[in-house]
Design a protein around this ligand. Sequence first.
Ligand code: SAM
Length: 288
Amino acid sequence: MQNLMNDLLQLFQKDVPMIELSNAKPFLKWAGGKTQLLPEIRSRIPTNFNRYIEPFLGGGAVFLSLAPQEAFLTDANEELINCFRMVRDYPEELLRSVAKFKISEKEYYKIRGLEPSKLSCVYRAARFIYLNKTCFNGLYRVNKNGKFNVPFGKIKHCTLANPEIIFKANRVLKKSKLFVMDYLETLGKFAHRGDFIYLDPPYLPVGKFSDFKRYTKNFFYREDHERLAIICKELNQRGCKFLLSNSYHSFIISLYSSFKIEKVQANRFINCHGNKRGKIAELIITNY
Ligand SMILES: C[S@@+](CC[C@H](N)C(=O)[O-])C[C@H]1O[C@@H](n2cnc3c(N)ncnc32)[C@H](O)[C@@H]1O
């Protein structure tokens, strides 16, 4: 009986457009964030699919702007996923906790020195937002032991958490499932026929000031891009739809030559101080 109900539900869901555009936006600054590329990405999202899966969530710019009916959101960064969970489950408590921080160099290094696993989930998320907004250029970089090591950004005033942005994200996140996971596990466990997957891995570096950052204690190497391309072929055979963004690089083009590859222009910071913008070519790859 339960199986029959699930089948009927699935059939019904196939006829319902699975996205409505939302005006939620990221509550974090995230290197490689897709806000600048949103019009290009949104215009290519399929209108009908079962579940939305995003295995390299980061700041979640694409997910937040789409508000899919059912979403599986994962990232290898434990602090990031805890923060998204707290925005989904305890927004008021989170805002109260963030409001207690002072913006100063002394406070920054004191908060940075805390061991996240010993903190309550809400305070841990508040710490993450505080460090994200007051560190140098909003970078997320950890050392080999996984300890956050970005210096203070010499910021005097900033809005750590805007309640309107947090509550809009909270509403969009309500129906999402959030897990700390390597992308291989996410795609192996959750991606089924009819699902749509948005893939935004750490970009393959091009040039001196590329967006590539050490987000987790492991780098994302060329072999990881090769592995991801193999998985994309499997997803295609499984009957999933995917959209992948990456840097405009001949190596990436060669990995995805059997799919639709489009060159798009993104507005990005193009110098090492993060204060000069320019147009950079990037790739959008789809299997539909
Ligand atoms: C380019 S960012 C995603 C940016 C995001 N689309 C946005 O708009 O903010 C890449 C993300 O991949 C995550 N990541 C890196 N290696 C990973 C892995 N092996 N499995 C899952 N996530 C990983 C990083 O923590 C980072 O958040």
